[in-house]
Design a protein around this ligand. Structure first.
Ligand SMILES: Cc1ncc(COP(=O)(O)O)c(C=O)c1O
Length: 495
């Protein structure tokens, strides 16, 4: 892109519905003196655990000797169970619960809370919920400790810490058993046993959910807006055996229907109305910091539709600051397609009354949402991170996508929206020339080949397609090929 000094990191999105659980496989027995014996040296940082050899807070670790190799006859989960049993059942006092979400915590009933095992999406007043962690318990360990712990899990296969989400398990869903990480859903407290997981989707949630459910042997039910998602998006849930309902409505219509259906049937909702989902998503923020050796970027730009991601990123960064891993949080930018820009309009109005809109068609189809579920969460995240909202027209986003591809990436239109925000903010000087900026890339370009093909054919109505690079049709003879090459490669032609 135009701003060369801006670092761009592209993170591929993941569905992080947290339906599962883990227990720690603790190695240590006390955090103080004997810690040095049972922990790698790098963990010998100043413990914040005040007590004398407090058994309740041994260092949570799954660290294994670097050359440990699981015996062939033991599977990864059996090994985790062995470690877990040998260490005794101890969850270090970490816990989390649902509480009503509110920008002003003083305004909510301090006694309203729900267990994360409950199937609950709304507070008593009908508002959103949030997952509240016992921060005091987490604070018994210092920032160095958490950084070392998370870093130690990267690239390993120790169940269940090998994944991006579960490597941060203590901050996600601390109280669950590793054996239930896949089928925890079946144990949730609901008057009727859960029979499956459902979502409304613009394509990507459904794909990830279907893959997860297929692996876990849980039925997946997905509601998709007919003719509004790409073939590559549609085919994923189909291939993974989900029940796919293609509905003659937009995403907002699908969302309304899945909410009605999940209120009637024991189907667990995987959309971000379910605030547990955001707990997994927030781990992407921790990963960003990890990838930058815990140096805080100045900006993080996220394409936004239903607005769960922007809040999740905020929450991840916020927890890293609160728990001493970093000393500040980045400024957040939410980037919207101009054809589906209710948050942008709200921002431009000075956060006065929010008005849902009917979103128009956009190539960034996953964010074609006019009535975002997480609007209040997004406003909170942006206000508390000194954030900004930007928008991108169809032409701008397609040009940005094509321009980024010219650097060797293969971006999706949503990433294009975020790149436009970067370019605009850079041009206006809001993002400085040496600011470190992260652009979150939320989908793979291969899911959007049709729009790319149309762009490179310059076959999009009312669009110049500045970076179109159509294949040259050439007769299959030497002379024609040479002529074509000379035309295309002028320096070659001059020789
Ligand atoms: C590819 C892609 N980009 C961006 C988003 C936006 O995330 P959110 O809806 O949480 O704002 C989504 C959401 O599903 C998505 O699938």
């Amino acid at each position: 892109m135009a701003c060369k000094k801006v670092n761009v990191i592209l993170l591929v999105s993941m569905l992080v519905v947290v339906m599962a659980s883990v227990e720690m496989a603790e190695a240590g027995t006390c955090y103080n003196d004997c810690m040095i014996q049972c922990m790698p040296i790098k963990y010998a940082t100043r413990p914040q655990c005040e007590s004398q050899c407090d058994q309740a807070y041994p260092p949570p670790t799954t660290i294994k000797p670097p050359h440990h190799r699981r015996p062939a006859e033991v599977n990864i989960r059996e090994e985790a169970a062995l470690l877990y049993n040998s260490s005794g059942h101890n969850n270090h006092g970490f816990s989390a619960k649902y509480v009503p979400f509110s920008p002003d915590p003083a305004s909510v009933d301090p006694f309203e809370s729900y267990s994360l095992d409950e199937v609950v999406y709304r507070s008593q007043s009908g508002g959103l919920l949030d997952v509240q962690h016992d921060m005091e318990a987490l604070k018994k360990f210092d920032g160095e400790y958490w950084k070392n712990l998370f870093d130690s899990r990267v690239g390993r296969t120790t169940w269940p810490y090998g994944s991006g989400v579960w490597s941060k398990k203590e901050w996600v869903l601390p109280e669950i058993d590793s054996d239930h990480i896949v089928n925890h859903l079946r144990r949730m407290k609901n008057p009727r046993p859960i029979v499956g997981v459902g979502c409304a989707s613009t394509g990507d949630t459904s794909a990830a959910l279907s893959a997860y459910c297929a692996a876990a042997g849980i039925p997946a039910i997905v509601f998709l807006p007919a003719n509004r998602i790409s073939v590559a998006q549609l085919v994923q849930p189909i291939a993974n055996g989900a029940v796919v309902l293609s509905l003659d409505t937009d995403f907002d219509g699908c969302m309304r229907l899945i909410r009605e259906v999940t209120a009637e049937l024991p189907i667990y909702l995987a959309n971000s109305l379910n605030s547990l989902r955001l707990e997994g998503q927030k781990t992407a923020a921790v990963e960003i910091l990890q990838q930058f050796d815990w140096e805080v970027p100045d900006w993080v730009i996220v394409p936004g539709g239903n607005l769960g991601n922007i809040f999740a990123f905020y929450k991840g960064f916020y927890m890293c600051k609160e728990l001493g891993l970093v000393d500040r949080i980045p400024r957040l930018v939410c980037a919207q397609a101009a054809n589906a820009n209710p948050l942008y309009l709200h921002y431009k109005s000075g956060w006065s009354d929010f008005k849902p809109i009917t979103a128009s068609t956009t190539f960034a189809s996953a964010i074609q949402i006019g009535d975002p579920v997480s609007i209040e969460r997004a406003v909170f995240a942006l206000k508390n991170s000194n954030g900004i909202v930007e928008e991108a027209t169809e032409e701008e986003l397609m040009d940005a996508t094509a321009q980024a591809d010219l650097t060797g990436m293969f971006t999706c239109p949503h990433t294009g929206v975020a790149l436009v925000a970067l370019a605009k903010l850079r041009k206006s000087g809001v993002i400085g020339p040496t600011d470190r900026t992260i652009v979150v890339s939320t989908a793979h370009g291969l899911k959007f080949t049709q729009s790319k093909v149309d762009y490179h054919r310059a076959d999009i109505q009312d669009m110049v397609c500045r970076h179109a690079n159509p294949p040259v049709e050439v007769k299959a003879d030497f002379g024609s090929v040479m002529d074509a090459l000379k035309k295309k490669l002028p320096s070659f032609g001059h020789k």
